[in-house]
Design a protein around this ligand. Sequence first.
Ligand code: COA
Length: 322
Amino acid sequence: MFSRIAGTGSYLPKKTLTNNDLAEMVDTSHEWIVERTGIEKRHIAAKSETTCDLAEKAARLAMEMAGKTAADIDLIIVATTTPDLVFPSTACLLQSRLGSTNGSPAFDVQAVCTGFVYALGIADKFIKSGSHKCALVVGAETLSRIVDWTDRNTCVLFGDGAGAVILEASKEAGLLSTHLHADGHYADLLKVGAGLSKNSEILKQGNAFIEMRGNEVFRVAVKTLGRIVDETLAHNQLQKSDVNWLVPHQANIRIIKATAKKLKMSMDHVVVTVDEHGNTSSASIPLALDAAIRDSRIKRGELILLEGFGGGFTWGSALIRF
Ligand code: COA
């Protein structure tokens, strides 16, 4: 038994913030942001819009493409670092919104920007075990809520959005393998330094923001993503030239280009959306995947490599026969 992608969906909030808008808020410029990151704009959720709102819109589109109703879905996993509430999980809130009454398990996964790959890997294992047949896997974030809009080092990088995938049981191999990793020794390089049980006063004051040592993160990300490409291909006894599409986490165009170079892959076969929405953390990979499936760049039968890297550090990949 394998799992295969039956449908994808994504959603970006209506409001956008351009680099020029940011240049009015902090000491930066459109040119600097584009040259160092490739980002031109990002989408920002409305005050009343929550992570679950974005997740629901992406999920409904994925369900529509897959031809599935809430009753068909027997597992819901939401990858998010910006849940609506401490609890219940965003996945439970989403289950109720979708009108599911079949008691399917629903839970969140927190692996920051690698969250979607983690969630996909977990859903794949449920399906491969034979216990579940149809999973809704979502990556959704309202990162704008934990961005310090006075810090030019970080505020130019992040945005809000959601992407979703329906995975269903299949006799033919779809998801070939997933590879999940973490190294908590790097926790201080990229973090929000406050939570419910540590520095909670900062959280209560509304000052819990992303802190990042950007160029150290950059160096580890490039090295690590190169290694995971090798690991994934070796595991499947495939060559670089077998991969049709790279769908990377969208953090920085320079990191994406370094991974494409490692794969000896032309940028024509790399799905890039970072210019359009910046780093949307766990939403970035499913957002990019949905864009390339909906505009028919990615076709059935092609081999897709997803890879992500994020706070923790966490990193992971998935190799998929679409
Ligand atoms: N506008 C203008 N200048 C800026 C700036 C901005 N938005 N942000 C930082 N700078 C300045 C710095 O203050 C520094 O100035 P100094 O030399 O006078 O001290 C200079 O630009 C270079 O900073 P540096 O951090 O070395 O730049 P960089 O080339 O590494 O680019 C990042 C910065 C953040 C774009 C880059 O490090 C990066 O993308 N890192 C990875 C981030 C990431 O992917 N995080 C999420 C992982 S999931």
